[in-house]
Design a protein around this ligand. Structure first.
Ligand code: C5P
Length: 237
């Protein structure tokens, strides 16, 4: 049993840890997220290895720089074969639009599939207090929806947001838009450093297309059982 809507975050440091977790989860999990912690430790080969194992990969490097640099960075990453790559929406409309256009053009030129490009709205660890310290006055939820609309207008495929904001994003951006939600915690699980969380079932009901789950699976005593229990909950939605 696997479900492409579940993405397991590989927030580990070594190739061995990756292999152990991926082999432990086996056919249960088909989609993995490679973030900066792993990518900076072991380098790009881990993406190639996961693809060779037949897995889907969300390469979560959260690019945030001037338009030309982000477009160039994504074009370099594209050759690894990840299925989803991402940027920060707060980099602005021009940055996102340039990145999407350049990536699509590079993929067409090289004759390879273009990964989906999605944008981080507001990190799911952000709470209202930290938000206010940034000088922001708009509620986080409204800001997330504003960034989601901007992301769509710039020609990207979707956003990363908290499951609590998924419903308003779905209403604002329509059906054909990826909503990838970290901050997913089964009922009773530790919240860790996340703030704006929901259960797997709630996240899907709110309109999420993919759930990113890290510690509730990775740090569980029996990771495969933890993944299966989340998949069972997902299957009921
Ligand atoms: O362990 P946990 O389930 O909290 O892992 C969530 C993963 O999703 C982490 O890899 C984190 O970097 C990532 N993420 C997030 N919030 C975002 C974007 C990505 O938590 N807005």
């Amino acid at each position: 049993m696997s479900d492409d809507r579940l993405i397991v975050a590989l927030d580990v440091h070594t190739r061995n840890d990756v292999k152990n977790l991926v082999l432990t989860l086996g056919e249960t999990v088909s989609y993995y997220k490679v973030g900066m912690e792993l990518f900076y430790s072991v380098g790009p080969d881990v993406v190639r290895w996961l693809k060779k194992e037949g897995k889907h990969v969300f390469l979560d490097l959260k690019l945030h720089d001037i338009p030309n640099t982000v477009a160039g960075g994504l074009t370099s990453l594209m050759t690894l074969g990840a299925d989803i790559v991402n940027v920060h929406a707060s980099g602005g409309y021009t940055m996102m639009k340039t990145a999407a256009e350049r990536l699509h053009a590079a993929a067409a030129e090289q004759g390879i599939p273009c990964p989906k490009i999605i944008a981080i709205t507001v990190l799911t660890s952000m709470n209202e207090e930290d938000w206010a310290k940034l000088g922001e006055t708009e509620p986080i939820a409204d800001h997330v929806t504003r960034l989601a609309k901007l992301t769509k207008a710039a020609g990207l495929d979707g956003v990363v947001a908290s499951p609590r904001e998924a419903a308003s994003i779905r209403t604002a951006c329509g059906d054909n838009f990826l909503i990838v939600t970290p901050g997913v915690r089964p009922a009773g699980a530790s919240i860790d450093d996340q703030s704006r969380i929901a259960t797997p079932g709630e996240a899907l009901k709110n309109g999420a297309t993919h759930l990113v789950v890290g510690r509730p699976i990775r740090a569980a005593e029996h990771p495969k059982e933890a993944a299966l229990s989340i998949l069972n909950e997902m299957a009921t939605v």
